[in-house]
Design a binder for this molecule. Structure first.
Ligand code: ATP
Ligand code: MG
Length: 416
């Protein structure tokens, strides 16, 4: 097999990369558990219609980014491009709509056929959380607080700004949508061709457009503000109040939207200026209509998702691996005792490794290269005496220690 290479847009997680990655997921797992979330693991592929339904035909993901294929049985399947659809599908197919609320955390790979660049890959990882079955604005604030707590625990709170918007309820949205269509229709020729296509089907998405022609027209576009029902206004007020109580700073941004009909009320994004165009690190919103779309009952829901690779790019402190205690057997006769010592150390939760090969000098060099604080040296004489030489590699001193004293000695020497 010649010239094998990793598939474009994929990457391996090894060494420091995986340590960062793991640290992010562990941190999220911990923080979400403090809020009562439990991890759900759903398949990495689903029936294509699960995503087509949840994301809508006109979303970028469905129209051009999905990895869909027919399996040998002729079913159309898709590698999941995001986590929410699978969680909602699982809620319905496991009949959990009978026992609400449910609080789901997930972490895992997602797949999108995109143009790879920094912070944008074809296989990437997301962490995410969904709170299913709660419709009060306080819950939205809590979910945002949970995302913020994770960013804080990762040391990223100062790198991000929380941008917040409301989409109102269905009634407010409908009226606003019609006003947007009327406004953009009048200036249709000036819109980008993408937006011209979206105009009737998904006018909200134009607000989110990155093309300069479109952006020039946004300032005068009708704002939702003028179409909000009393109910939607109250929800929006209560959300912002709750965020103040949680002491979470935010900036309202009327241009954050989601194009799909089942999104309502809250939308938010934590953004950074440190990753160029890939500035959104954690994004979410309320989607009270989605579970019904999946064939379940009406279940109000709110959630967010965050790209692990983007968090990883921002992470300044890299978690380190612990330094091993190294065991050196000076000859073949010493090896059985070396194994016994290693086994004993590991059973006492002490990270220890043996140097497999080389003369004593080479072995000691390798121990230093590993950054080992302590070497345990075993020669023939040590075997006879049932003891070892314990060498402090930082200070250079060495002493004989009886086998049964090794663990306590090491614990003493490495105590901080
Ligand atoms: P963008 O506008 O950057 O394309 P998006 O709206 O497609 O983002 P979401 O579907 O909301 O992103 O996904 C949530 C998060 O997942 C994003 O904020 C980002 O951190 C991450 N993400 C999305 N697509 C990718 C990708 N291709 N590679 C790496 N991370 C991604
Ligand atoms: Mg995208």
């Amino acid at each position: 097999m010649s010239d094998v290479k990793a598939v474009r847009g994929t990457h391996d997680l090894i060494g420091e990369d995986q340590r960062r990655h793991n640290h992010i997921i562990q941190t999220a797992r911990h923080i979400t558990s403090l809020y009562g979330f439990e991890e759900w693991v759903t398949p990495v592929f689903e029936e294509t219609r699960v995503f087509a339904r949840s994301l809508g035909d006109t979303s970028d993901i469905v129209s051009k980014e999905m990895y869909s294929f027919e399996d040998r049985g002729g079913d159309s399947l898709t590698l999941r491009p995001e986590g929410t659809a699978g969680i909602c599908r699982a809620l319905v197919t496991n009949s959990l709509t009978q026992s609400l609320p449910q609080k789901a955390f997930y972490a895992g790979p997602m797949f999108r056929y995109e143009r790879p660049q920094k912070g944008r890959y074809r296989q990437f990882y997301q962490i995410g959380a969904e709170l299913l079955g709660v419709d009060v604005p306080f819950a939205d604030a809590e979910i945002i607080a949970m995302g913020y707590d994770i960013l804080k625990a990762l040391g990223l709170a100062d790198d991000v700004v929380l941008e917040l918007n409301t989409l109102g309820d269905a009634k407010s949205r409908q009226a606003w949508r019609e006003a947007l269509i009327a406004y953009f229709k009048a200036v249709k020729d000036k819109l980008s061709s993408d937006s011209q296509n979206r105009l009737e089907r998904n006018p909200l998405r134009i607000l989110d457009s990155k093309s300069p022609e479109d952006r020039a027209l946004l300032a005068d576009a009708p704002s939702l503000e003028n179409f909000m029902t009393e109910e939607a206004r109250t929800f929006w007020d209560q959300l912002r109040k709750a965020l103040d109580h949680f002491k979470i700073p935010f900036k309202t941004n009327p241009f954050i939207v989601r194009g799909l009909d089942y999104y309502n009320h809250t939308v938010f994004e934590f953004v950074t200026t440190k990753l160029g165009a890939q500035g959104t690190v954690l994004a979410g919103g309320r989607y009270d209509g989605l579970v019904a779309e999946m064939g379940g009952p009406a279940v109000p829901a709110i959630g967010w998702a965050s790209g692990v690779e983007r968090l990883s790019l921002l992470l300044e402190k890299v978690p380190e691996v612990s330094k091993p205690v190294v065991v050196i057997a000076l000859s073949a006769i010493a090896q059985p005792m070396a194994f016994e010592v290693l086994q004993n150390l590991r059973h006492h939760n002490i990270h220890s490794e043996i140097i497999y090969k080389g003369n004593p000098r080479k072995q000691m060099e390798k121990a230093n290269k590993l950054g080992a604080p302590i070497a345990i040296i075993i020669g023939e004489e040590e075997v006879q005496q049932q003891q070892v030489q314990l060498k402090n590699l930082h200070l250079g001193d060495q002493k004989a220690v009886a086998l049964e004293q090794i663990v306590s000695q090491i614990k003493m020497m490495t105590a901080k």
